[in-house]
Design a protein around this ligand. Structure first.
Ligand code: GTP
Ligand code: MG
Length: 300
């Protein structure tokens, strides 16, 4: 065995403020969609692993919820899940939206990161929409707070800097046997992925508090000769939100269902029959059962 054939494998925890582009970068590095993405903050609610392979190296990317000052139980559990994802990582990769630059959230994350022992790297994201002149000063400002081992400037949109980040992360992975089979791209179950895909459509199609007051649970999954039948429940907190999710004559939920189904068929490579039910469960965001479904710790 030489360095070209010997297996390497390690964990890169991807952290940053909400909307920094974490899930997008994880998907780009994995080479397919494993995490949902939306223009709204706090899209990701629980950690997931996306697995990228670069020749003899397996890079396990931990996509985490955005870190911010949490107020509600769900928010606390999300932020806790993010920090937990960093512990023991071979590298913590901090993402900062280059367009938005320094914010209170970024400042607070940097303060906590500065006390951590894991090697840290920085990626300025969305460089395609950021001012070119601002990039270097922002990188310098952040490196003055934490001496990052590497600083990248990337755009998942144009692919700028992606090869560089992939090569550098791979080279930093320890000599270790792969943790996952070669064809596995993420650690989440198909049922959870399906719930996430529907939740993404809620985030894309609904506004104000409604996406934040909603969750999606996969109730059943049946494989038959005519494809996969999936029953899901969309839980909301109030009757008025149920009305919004349903839309006029059920048009909104129909649209959500048809977009989710199309994407699931694409991912699963099979015909999908998706059945959505909208229910009011006032306290879902405080119920232990919902957290178990989402992969979050209710006690935090
Ligand atoms: N122009 C541009 N947009 C990007 C880029 N990367 C991500 N985005 C957009 O930024 C928004 C947020 O992306 P996400 O990947 O969901 O961000 P996140 O950090 O995972 O967000 P949370 O899960 O809410 O913490 C989406 O609308 C993405 O399409 C990029 O390189 N360029
Ligand atoms: Mg995300």
């Amino acid at each position: 065995m030489n360095s070209e054939t010997e297996q390497r494998c390690g964990v890169v925890a991807v952290v940053g403020a909400p909307n920094a582009g974490k899930s997008t970068l994880v998907n780009t590095l994995v080479g397919q969609k494993v995490a949902i993405v939306s223009p709204k903050v706090q899209t990701t609610r629980a950690r997931l692993m996306g697995i990228a392979i670069d020749r003899n190296v397996q890079v396990i990317l931990v996509d985490t919820p955005g870190i911010f000052a949490p107020k509600k139980r769900l928010e606390r559990a999300m932020v806790n899940a993010a920090w937990e994802g960093t512990s023991g990582a071979d590298i913590v990769l901090m993402l900062v939206d280059a367009k938005r630059g320094m914010t209170d959230d970024v400042e607070a994350i940097m303060e906590t990161l500065a006390k951590r022992n894991e090697p840290q790297m920085l990626a300025l994201t969305k460089v395609d929409i950021a001012s070119k002149h601002g990039l270097l000063p922002l990188a310098q400002q952040l490196n003055a707070k934490i001496p990052f081992v590497e600083t990248f400037m990337v755009s998942a949109e144009t692919g700028d800097g992606i090869d560089d980040i992939k090569k550098t992360l791979s080279a930093a992975m320890p000599r270790e046997p792969w943790h996952f089979p070669e064809n596995q791209v993420s650690n989440i179950t198909s049922r959870l992925l399906a719930a996430e895909i529907t939740r993404e459509k809620l985030f894309l199609q609904l506004y104000q508090e409604v996406p934040y007051a909603s969750t999606v649970e996969t109730e059943s999954w049946t494989e038959g000769p005519n494809g996969i039948s999936i029953h899901q429940t969309i839980l909301v907190e109030r009757e008025s939100q149920k009305g919004i999710v349903l839309g006029k004559g059920g048009a909104r939920v129909k649209q959500i269902g048809s977009e989710s189904r199309a994407e699931l068929e694409d991912i699963l490579g099979e015909r999908v029959h998706l059945f959505l039910t909208v229910k009011v469960k006032e306290d879902w965001a405080d119920s232990r059962e919902s957290y178990d479904q989402m992969g979050l710790d209710w006690t935090k």
